[in-house]
Design a binder for this molecule. Structure first.
Ligand SMILES: [Zn+2]
Length: 358
């Protein structure tokens, strides 16, 4: 890792007992010292950081506002690439060839396409200072307005939106959530420590959209924020469901166990499968991978109480065509627009693929 001498010296205490470049949830004060590689600069000390605490009494439903629109696409569970690393579990769809789930965030009128979703153990955002047991983040990349303008000295950063759902462990089983747990277990079992669920191959071909996990009746809060891991770029249009997803305590523990298993039992460089190695996880000593909340400062928060709509197919690039119509050039047909838009999205997605978006 190439870093300047001054930054490297700042990192020395942090690297003791951890792999180079790792940020530790027990040492979040050190996060602003992490170099932003390969783009931009570290913004962990910025004024629009995530996560945040929202006091729900302070916000009323905004009247005369459009509702969220979700388009499920046609990807199957098998189109997602499930991974476990030492601070969480993630499922990525950005390289899959399928119609990916998309969201229109009412405050922006942009179309955002899912690139991955992941789960933090412990809560990140809070309502009324109340935490939760885990938090699911669906990370989207904008299809329109591909990059956030930066100062001339910085390169353009990805234009992201996250839809976040809190998970609470209750005495109630969430059947659909088992499909995800089984998919992550299959990753863990690929190291030879266990056997993947025999039912997994059957569910991989089933259509799946993480939007199906959104609580059926929830209000959503919209505000500007940041990535919750270094370099904490303030490029995220945040959308947070107020109603939590109810899963069983065992399901929460299953996710936590997978993260712990990865950090405690993984193959070493010598290909020794299943050998117990030193705990290299970045999670806190409580087993949590949630960043502490940060001040809202003067950010606007919009509470959207309209009914959430989830459709199958995405209508052919409606919002893009509308943007073009407002210019002086004659509007091209959606068919003519599509290849150029697709190429632009592919470029943006491949840039994002190299970055830490967890
Ligand atoms: Zn996250």
């Amino acid at each position: 890792m190439k870093v300047t001498l001054s930054v490297a010296s700042l990192l020395v205490p942090l690297l003791e007992g951890a792999e180079p470049g790792k940020f530790l949830y027990n040492d979040q004060a050190a996060w602003p010292t992490f170099p932003a590689i390969p783009l931009g600069s570290n913004q962990c000390n910025g004024k629009q950081q995530s996560p945040v605490n929202l006091n729900s009494d302070e916000y009323a439903c905004k009247p005369d506002i459009a509702g969220y629109q979700f388009f499920a696409g046609d990807c199957t569970l098998g189109d997602y690439h499930f991974t476990i690393n030492d601070h969480g579990v993630k499922a990525s769809v950005e390289k899959a060839i399928c119609e990916k789930p998309k969201m229109i965030s009412p405050g922006t009128d942009k179309v955002y396409e899912i690139i991955q979703f992941h789960i933090h153990t412990g809560c990140e955002n809070k309502f009324n200072e109340q935490g939760c047991d885990a938090e699911l983040h669906m990370v989207h990349l904008a299809q329109t307005g591909l990059a956030v303008p930066r100062t001339s000295s910085e390169q353009e950063l990805p234009d992201l939106a996250v839809y976040g759902i809190m998970l609470n462990g209750v005495d109630e089983h969430h059947e659909a959530f088992d499909s995800l747990i089984d998919s992550w277990k299959a990753v863990a079992c690929s190291t030879g420590n266990c056997t993947a669920a025999s039912s997994l191959s059957a569910i991989l071909t089933q259509p799946f959209s993480p939007y199906s996990l959104i609580p059926t009746s929830t209000d959503t809060y919209n505000f500007q924020g940041s990535l919750t891991t270094p370099p904490c770029w303030e490029v995220v249009n945040w959308n947070l469901a107020e109603a939590p997803m109810r899963v069983s305590f065992r399901q929460i523990l299953a996710i936590t166990n997978l993260i712990i298993k990865y950090s405690g039992y993984r193959s070493t460089e010598s290909n020794t499968i299943g050998q117990c190695v030193d705990d290299i996880s970045v999670v806190s000593i409580a087993g949590l991978s949630g960043r502490d909340t940060h001040p809202l400062n003067d950010r606007d928060v919009v509470k959207n109480c309209e009914t959430i709509q989830i459709d199958g197919a995405f209508p052919a690039l409606l919002s893009v065509t509308e943007d073009v119509k407002s210019g002086t050039e004659p509007a091209p047909s959606s068919a003519a627009l599509f290849p150029a838009l697709l190429a632009a999205v592919v470029v943006a997605a491949s840039t994002a693929a190299t970055l830490f978006l967890f």
